[in-house]
Design a protein around this ligand. Structure first.
Ligand code: GLA
Length: 508
């Protein structure tokens, strides 16, 4: 009897200890756009307090590389295969409270940290995660035919910067309505592009579905076309999109046909989870993009092809050869001066040789009007993107745009620079500390010029004709003041506000 009591007490102590220990398998369930999803967290706390295990989410596998447990609290760093043969590390923290484990997920950009509540699935120390299967290497593709589209940089709107996962059929229709009403369509904005989070798992025939936010994609395309606009969509060469939704891996031709049947006019194809099945070399990435390039051509519908792989493997060298019309050059833009100015001023020089009619460097979608920058900074954003011959995809809510923002987005003189038929990307021609002069040759033999001031106080900036490749006397027009500045010899000087721009067009 005494022996039995001792055993029972021991068992109770052990059960209590395991209930209080984070060791075990934990599951957090959530639903996202009609689909049940789960994140599995496996933790094993060692006697010295070290932690091993992993996190399995729909869009990634994170293996714990270091961690410590202190009673009910656990912190750990986990690593996953990222793009370009690199590994990405993320920091997590968890706390065990009332039998539930609350895990604070790593954040990126300006997003607030997300906390998931996990329920215990087992109290046993989990087995280590099997190593990932070997990644597939593909041979470099032969060139895919040019689709003949986007002879000037695409213009339109994209849902991601403002709406992320909250984009719906209704939002897209309202954006199309707004573009017609507010003068953006008249100014040249054409594509209405749905970014990530519209997708639903495939049916038994392998057809990609739409979730309940998009009940009828064909009807939506008809609506957008009825407004004289075009509809864009988003997918990935990997098994899931960046947000963890179904993507086009091993279904490229089928998805291209689906897009064509729906009446889609533009596809943004985002690498993301493709780094799991595919080897991290340039030939493989090119082949994966060529596959969709071919599939879009074979679909028989003209579909603008937008590559999104953050500029890896010198994409400018081969983007056009996989039938790409534009390719992202960097990671994601955020709605602040630091991000925008870094991407626009610092990360574009050197890429100008790849831009030509039909093929554009894409420094990412516009943040104009999203609230994180001043109107002057947004004017700089617009001017720089126009000088860069960048796609102009507005990223704000178009239903209620304040006049100052609309004026920036619809400045026809700036847009004429962006859409100039010569298709030459502008370059920085002079730099003096925070003051920069950029110039872009135009089809009429003139130049578009930006006098930029990245500093904290207003300053005078001078554009020397010699620096921008012209000589003598030229007519100067200010594209934001919409005013002629007369005939000017040798150089032009203007006072430029902090973080501001003076944008000019000069002609013989
Ligand atoms: C990546 C892209 C973004 C956006 C998101 C959607 O981060 O670079 O532009 O498409 O994915 O998940």
């Amino acid at each position: 009897m005494r022996w039995f009591r001792l055993c029972a007490a021991l068992l109770a102590t052990l059960t209590l200890a395991s209930a209080q220990s984070p060791t075990g398998k934990w599951v957090a369930r959530y639903s996202s756009d009609d689909e049940a999803r789960e994140i599995v967290l496996a933790l094993s706390v060692e006697s010295g307090g070290g932690v091993t295990g992993y996190v399995l989410a729909p869009q990634y596998e994170d293996r714990i590389v270091e961690g410590t447990a202190n009673g009910a609290r656990v912190t750990f760093v986990a690593e996953r295969e990222a793009n370009n043969n690199t590994r990405r590390r993320s920091s997590y923290s968890a706390v065990l409270e009332g039998g539930k484990l609350k895990l604070t997920m790593p954040t990126s950009g300006n997003r607030p940290p997300q906390v998931f509540e996990f329920t215990r699935a087992s109290a046993e120390a989990p087995a280590p995660l099997a190593p990932p299967p070997p990644r597939i290497a593909l041979a470099a593709p032969s060139a895919v035919r040019d689709n003949g589209l986007a002879r000037t940089p695409p213009m339109g709107w994209n849902s991601w910067n403002k709406f992320q996962g909250k984009v719906t059929d209704k939002v897209v229709r309202e954006m199309a309505d707004a573009m017609v009403k507010n003068g953006m369509k008249a100014a040249g904005y054409l594509y209405v592009n749905i970014d990530d989070t519209w997708e639903l798992a495939r049916d038994s025939q392998g057809n990609l579905g739409t979730n309940s936010k998009f009940p009828d994609m064909k009807a939506l395309a008809d609506y957008v076309h009825g407004k004289g606009l075009k509809l864009g969509i988003y997918s990935s060469p990997g098994p899931t999109t960046c947000a963890g939704y179904e993507a086009s891996y091993q279904h490229e031709a089928q998805d291209a046909r689906t897009f064509a049947q729906w009446g889609i006019d533009y596809l943004k194809y985002d690498w993301c989870s493709a780094s799991r099945p595919y080897a991290p070399d340039s030939a493989t990435m090119q082949a994966a993009y060529a596959r969709m390039g071919e599939a879009l051509l074979a679909s028989g519908r003209p579909i603008v092809y937008s590559l999104c792989q953050y500029g890896m493997h010198d994409v400018g060298e081969w983007g056009a050869k996989v039938s790409g019309n534009l390719w992202r050059t960097t990671g994601d833009i955020s709605d602040n001066w630091k991000s925008m100015s870094n991407i626009g001023f610092d990360l574009q020089p050197g890429r100008e040789k790849f831009a030509a009619p039909g093929h554009w460097n894409d420094p990412d979608m516009l943040e104009i009007g999203n609230g994180g920058m001043t109107d002057m900074e947004y004017r700089t954003h617009m001017s720089l993107w126009c000088l860069l011959a960048a796609p102009l995809l507005a990223g704000n809510d178009l239903r209620d745009v304040k006049p100052a923002i609309l004026e920036i987005l619809t400045n026809k003189e700036a847009i004429a620079v962006d859409q100039d038929k010569l298709g030459k990307q502008g370059v920085r021609v002079a730099k003096n500390g925070d003051l920069e002069v950029w110039a872009r040759p135009l089809a009429d033999g003139g130049r578009a010029v930006g006098l930029f001031n990245r500093g904290e106080a207003a300053a005078k900036v001078t554009a020397k004709w010699g620096d921008i490749g012209v000589q003598g006397t030229h007519k100067v027009r200010d594209l934001w003041a919409h005013a002629d500045r007369g005939k000017v010899k040798d150089e032009y000087t203007a006072e430029v506000p902090s973080h501001g721009v003076v944008m000019l067009r000069i002609a013989k």
